[in-house]
Write a protein that binds this ligand. Sequence first.
Ligand SMILES: Cc1cc2nc3c(=O)[nH]c(=O)nc-3n(C[C@H](O)[C@H](O)[C@H](O)COP(=O)(O)OP(=O)(O)OC[C@H]3O[C@@H](n4cnc5c(N)ncnc54)[C@H](O)[C@@H]3O)c2cc1C
Length: 814
Amino acid sequence: MSVRRDMKSMSQVRELLRELESGREDPDGFFGLCLSLLGDTDTRTHFLDVIKPLLSGHEHIHSQLTAIFLEYFSKDEADELELALTQSLYETKLTKPDHQPYKSYADLTAVTSGVDQSNVNDGAVVAENQAVARWTLNTEVHNTTCAIRNTNKDNDDLKVTKSTRSQRRRQRKKPHLLKNPSGPRPVLLWFRRDLRMWDNPALIGCLELGAPVIPVFLWNAVEEEGPGVTVATGGASKYWLHQALVSLNRSLEQRRSHLVTLKAEASSLTALQGLITETGAASVVATALYEPWLKERDDSVWEKLEKQGVKCHIYHSYCLRDPYTVSTRGVGLRGIGSVSHFMSCCQQNPGSGLTSPLDAPAALPAPSAWPQGCPLVDLGLARMPRRKDGTEIDWAVNIRKSWDFSEEGAQAHLEAFLRDGVYRYEKESSRADEPNTSSLSPYLHFGQLSARSLLRDARGARCRSPKFQRKLAWRDLAYWQLCLFPDLPWESLRPPYKALRWSSDRVHLKAWQRGYTGYPLVDAAMRQLWQTGWMNNYMRHVVASFLISYLHIAWQEGYRWFQDTLVDADVAIDAMMWQNGGMCGLDHWNFVMHPVDAALTCDPYGTYVRQWCPELKALPNDLIHKPWKCPASMLRRAGVVLGGNYPERIVVDLEERRAQSLQDVASVRRRFREFVDQRSGCDLVPVPARLVQEALGSMEDVVSREGTGFLLPVITRMEFKHQSEDPDRQDNPYSAVLKGYVSRKRDETIAFLNERDFTASVMCENTQRRERLERDWCLLEGLPQPIVSRGRARRTPTRDPYSKVPGGVAVPHR
Ligand SMILES: Cc1cc2nc3c(=O)[nH]c(=O)nc-3n(C[C@H](O)[C@H](O)[C@H](O)COP(=O)(O)OP(=O)(O)OC[C@H]3O[C@@H](n4cnc5c(N)ncnc54)[C@H](O)[C@@H]3O)c2cc1C
């Protein structure tokens, strides 16, 4: 050992001594580390000097260390041999691949975790990583030692017996140096949805238990599905789950662990019990799930395991707030269902507050023996159907091309969005032709990204992002609603709307599902969904409005299709949004998207339609959203055959269909008057007693009826109220059909050009006036007529009809 290294090691030992004094290190661990840093001889020579400072103030630790030291150095020859072996392995671990010795444990952990050195400079992280690295190191040393010893078994029985005996003796004495079979019993880390290494409190919770960690994933489709027709994990989402598990396993392997996957045939409880018996695990750690049926299952699992003497530790990290702790106290129930009301509830009743995100551990302590699992493919999450000839139908090929399923992919997406995209998001999140939203939903759904760290990063972004941050509140709102109304995925919350007349036209439904409705915007969105498993929020509104208000198909059909095809399919969010869109949720969308007019906002140049409906790509911008308006010659030139390579519209009378939908709502509201508040005209919704009790201050809002529980007036679309009052009125002034709005940026451009046009036309008008006066004067005086200028008021090009604004100016956006 060189003098410089000697000094460096000594200074590290002194640093560790301070850790010991502050209680962050224990005497056994400290001694083990001294051995590894100083080596056997130097420890023997210097150790007692090193620990002398402990005599003032930490006498107890000093005497413990002295005992450990004396015990350790009173060993026999076999012990020496084993120690030499252990030390040499230790040296190997402490040597970089280029054979340069590691400078510090931070250095070591940076390599084992694959993280940048700059990330591990934080004191707390280094301490935590050191602890983990040490643990793993010790376990590994032991395992490798055993392995080497076993290969010698046949040759040298005597030596092995001796060695094993001495090993057992030392294990009893120094648990931190070699793993003790009777040491801490392993902990099962039950992964369900928070499939990540970063900011995972369950993972860190396991490490804090100081025991070997066995990460497991159990799959039981029946439990997952719940009691209703939830389609909790549809095809696309199962495919994502499979890929996310592959990636999780890779991350675990980088940390010297791996994921044990298991088909929980009978139940998750039975599978866990089996694992506990097989591994001797003493505890189970997981993050909470909030779907009521999963929570019920979990509660029963925790209860049974606790009775068996297994400790269960549950952490909350999937949502920003544990939805079961959100209260309306002090806020009341008025406006319930809106995100503003929900945020007021959270602000008024802040709960435990958000703590800082946690770093990923560098390594996980591995058990001495791993339980038997089954290969991930056996869970059947990514199983593809087969044709009659046995060949596979790989429907996920485009999904694979569209996404990076890993946690690193999530981080990269997030960074790119906060760096370049969040500004556009705040201005124009509705554009379908530009990737202006974060596309983080599948990562959030599977917990590959924690909501807490996302919020923290969004707050720290260069561009302010209030709109984006609010979306995370929407997400929590959905879980709160699902907890309050467990039937949310299948039963309308507003009772009268259950009696709405819905169409059962399967041809229409199929056309909508596959993107063959004849309305290019709707078709583009549905094809994007089918191929990539995703579409942005605005397009989800467009297609939902089309299904409900124009095809008159029940929202549950839309919900189920989304659950099956979205990679971010999320029971809580999907159900809440479809209920709201289906007019029967706690909130009402106060708009209906028109399948052509909406293009004004989201696809003004037809770029999006051209991408997903390439058969229409040669149509001009102003007609691409309504090919039925194209002259036959234009269609011919563009190669479009309506009813041939592109469908005819499945419904043509949009106005009529909308009016019918409105009439149907008015009629059920009149039929079930008991569910309409006579004072405000709002719909009444039965709410759980818990809500009412919490919001006692607002009892006057609550109408209590016998047999119906508590009825609460909720947000109701103005056009419904008006139509119900005067059913025969044709021109409802509150029509909710959104004509498409032009974004602020476009407004600004147009205003600027308008102004330029205005100046130009005023100048032109003046000239014309002067010319006219001159002409009249010449006529009166009998003089020859002056030569009139040929100039005319400048006309604005009319290439983009979507930019028409009051005032008559039309300009292309770019
Ligand atoms: C009919 C319908 C069904 C929907 N179904 C789902 C679904 O199954 N899963 C899903 O994650 N989102 C769903 N949404 C909400 C929203 O459309 C998606 O979250 C969003 O499009 C995802 O894209 P993004 O990550 O770019 O969103 P961003 O706009 O970048 O938002 C960031 C995150 O906030 C959350 N979020 C955004 N909008 C909402 C919202 N309205 N409600 C709750 N959380 C929101 C999502 O987790 C999203 O990833 C649905 C919306 C509608 C209209």
